[in-house]
Design a protein around this ligand. Structure first.
Ligand code: IMP
Length: 211
């Protein structure tokens, strides 16, 4: 039977991913559930490069575990490994924080502080000059192949944080066509229009033959 291992340690992302892939009749395991515990350095300069680095590193480790551990064998043999790299690009800040979104102001800095800092950096910037996008690249590694897709969700940096849903930068990401931030959307609404939702649906199409 086919299985998917999703190469992330981010539980918020994992929740969204499971919801978006819930109609696939294939088990979706996190890295931890698959017994893969490796540190991956995100040395890429683009979202696509980082997604490919993560997918290939986890695939290599999953293949190694198959030979070593009978429990890992059940999950890791024949698995399709998916990995995403995502982040926020703010045009006024020359596309910062971009691929450094998770590391912006330090990996462990609370998002209230990261978000407040961004709002301060954009003080006095009006309307369309606050344009921004969430970007998500997803790579799939299977057999000896890797494919990658990239999608975006366009919006603006809000004037103030709003909403309790989502995670990370969602409270300051305003979607003009919805009139609210992505943290004010219900999870299904966000998945329907988000960078991650679109990228997962695109990768599913491009690897349909192996799922
Ligand atoms: P990654 O794990 O290196 O891909 O880090 C992605 C980072 O981008 C996350 O930790 C968040 O800071 C940000 N990010 C990506 N997608 C979203 C989203 O859907 N909402 C809010 N923040 C996001």
């Amino acid at each position: 039977m086919k299985k998917i291992i999703f190469a992330t340690g981010n539980e918020d992302k994992m929740k969204e991913i499971r919801m978006i892939l819930s109609d696939l009749e294939i088990p979706v395991y996190s890295m931890r559930e698959a017994g893969v515990s490796i540190e991956i350095e995100e040395t890429g300069k683009t979202f696509q490069e980082n997604a490919i680095i993560k997918a290939q590193a986890v695939k290599k480790e999953a293949d190694r575990l198959v030979a070593l551990d009978p429990i890992a064998f059940d999950i890791c043999s024949n698995a399709v490994v998916l990995a995403d790299d995502s982040g926020l690009e703010i045009d006024y800040l020359n596309k910062e924080p971009g691929v450094y979104s998770a590391r912006y102001l330090g990996e462990n800095t609370p998002y209230e502080i990261k978000n407040r800092t961004i709002l301060q950096r954009l003080a006095g910037v009006q309307g369309e000059d606050r344009s921004a996008r969430f970007v998500c690249a997803i790579a799939a590694a299977f057999g000896d192949r890797t494919v990658c897709v990239k999608e975006t969700m366009e919006g603006r940096i809000a004037e103030e944080p709003k909403g309790e849903n989502g995670f990370g930068y969602d409270p300051i990401f305003y979607l003009p066509e919805y009139g609210c931030t992505s943290a004010q959307l219900a999870p299904e609404e966000k998945n329907a229009c988000s960078h991650r939702g679109k990228a997962l649906r695109a990768i599913r199409k491009s690897i349909a033959a192996v799922l």
